[in-house]
Each structure stands twice: as C-alpha cells, then as structure tokens.
Write a protein that binds this ligand. Structure first.
Ligand SMILES: CC(C)(COP(=O)(O)OP(=O)(O)OC[C@H]1O[C@@H](n2cnc3c(N)ncnc32)[C@H](O)[C@@H]1OP(=O)(O)O)[C@@H](O)C(=O)NCCC(=O)NCCS
Length: 177
C-alpha cells in the first residue's frame, strides 16, 4: 500500500518571540541556548503537524550565529518539513530578527532539526511522505537525502561507503578490495 503524501506547506509554522532581559547575556544579546530552545519548539510543532504524532528530537545539525540578536528585538522563527523518510522528518528553521522602531530586519540563522515520530511506547512509527511543490521545496527535498546521510555517518549509524549521494558530491573514490 502506498504511503500517504502531504505538502510541505501543511507543516508550516511561524512563531514570534520578544527578546526580554531574562533571555539575554551580559552584553544584552539573546543567548544562543534560548534561541535553540525556540528553534526546537517551532520545529517540533512542524514535525507534529506533518505526522500527527508525538515526535522526539533525534538530531540537530550545526548551527552558526551570524549576527547578535538584541534585547527588545522581535524574533520570528519559520519552520517547515523538507522531507520525510520512514519515521524521521527533516525540518528547516529560518530565524529573522527585527528592530521594530527602525523596521530593520536581519536574517539571523537557519538550521535543520531531525525528528522521529513515535508511538505511546516511544517506538518509531512511519510518517507520510512529502510532496514538494515549489522550486525551493524541491531543492530542499533533494538536498535532504545528502544531509541525512551526513548526519547518520556522524552519528555512527551509517557506513560512509553506503552514502551514495554524498559520494557523488565529494567524488569519493571506491576503495579497491
Ligand atoms: C530517536 C529515537 C526514537 C530513535 O530510536 P531507534 O531505536 O534508534 O530507532 P531506529 O534505529 O529505528 O531509527 C528510527 C529513525 O531515527 C533516525 N535516527 C536515529 N538517530 C538519528 C540521528 N542521530 N540523526 C538523524 N536521524 C536519526 C533513523 O535514521 C530512523 O529514521 P527512518 O525511520 O526515517 O529511517 C531514539 O534514539 C530516542 O528516543 N532518542 C531520544 C530522543 C529524545 O529524547 N530527544 C530529546 C533529547 S533531550
């Protein structure tokens, strides 16, 4: 039986936060840990919307902080599932900060989180497939396979020799045995 398909837009979530004093470091900038907490929440909701299941965070790809986000800024986090595999889903999160008095908006960072849908006992359970619609969604969908292979290798869950998509990028030569 073929799996149910859903569109990325069905998992779209936008979350807005105001940076308050308790969210900041001694330089009055948003703490990275607080931002990652918000990113975890917005992407978990997105994965839940796609799967209609309980989800757990399986992994977080590298996150770089390009610009500091200041006290009083309004932070908008947007999340959408890029691709679903068996029980796991990759979610992309884009973060933007706005200084409302000047209307100045800054793209802060983006990241990929992986969630696994689980049943009531915490066992992984299959999720619907993703059917990308826009050119951007198709590009993110294609790249998701390579990113999955890289994170599974780093988690020691995949043999690099089996990562066909990654090999095609890095042109890793087959070892002669
Ligand atoms: C994530 C978890 C459910 C996976 O359970 P498991 O018994 O290892 O299950 P499996 O080996 O069958 O893997 C299930 C899926 O998780 C994916 N997965 C497991 N570890 C992963 C990792 N580090 N990165 C990306 N995906 C991962 C697998 O690729 C698989 O995906 P697929 O079904 O789409 O092919 C389990 O490790 C877990 O519960 N971890 C704790 C989650 C948690 O508490 N998060 C919050 C941290 S405070």
């Amino acid at each position: 039986m073929s799996k149910k398909k859903k569109f990325p837009r069905e998992s779209f979530v936008s979350m807005t936060e105001l940076v308050l004093p308790n969210d900041t470091n001694t330089l009055n900038n948003l703490m990275g840990g607080r931002l990652m907490h918000w990113m975890d929440i917005v992407s978990a909701i997105s994965a839940q919307k796609h799967s209609n299941r309980i989800v757990v965070t399986a992994s977080v790809d590298n996150i770089s902080f390009k610009h500091p986000i200041q006290l009083g800024n309004v932070v908008t986090l947007k999340a959408k599932v890029t691709r679903a595999f068996n029980s796991s889903m990759e979610v992309r999160i884009d973060v933007e900060a706005e200084d409302v008095p000047s209307s100045k908006r800054t793209e802060s960072n983006s990241a990929y989180f992986t969630f696994v849908a689980v049943d009531q006992s915490g066992r992984p359970i299959d999720v619907p497939e993703i059917e990308p619609e826009t050119e951007e969604e198709k590009s993110l969908y294609d790249g998701a396979l390579r990113r999955r292979q890289l994170r599974l290798i780093l988690a020691n869950r995949m043999n690099p020799q089996d990562a066909k998509e990654l090999k095609s990028i890095f042109d890793i030569k087959e070892t002669q045995n």
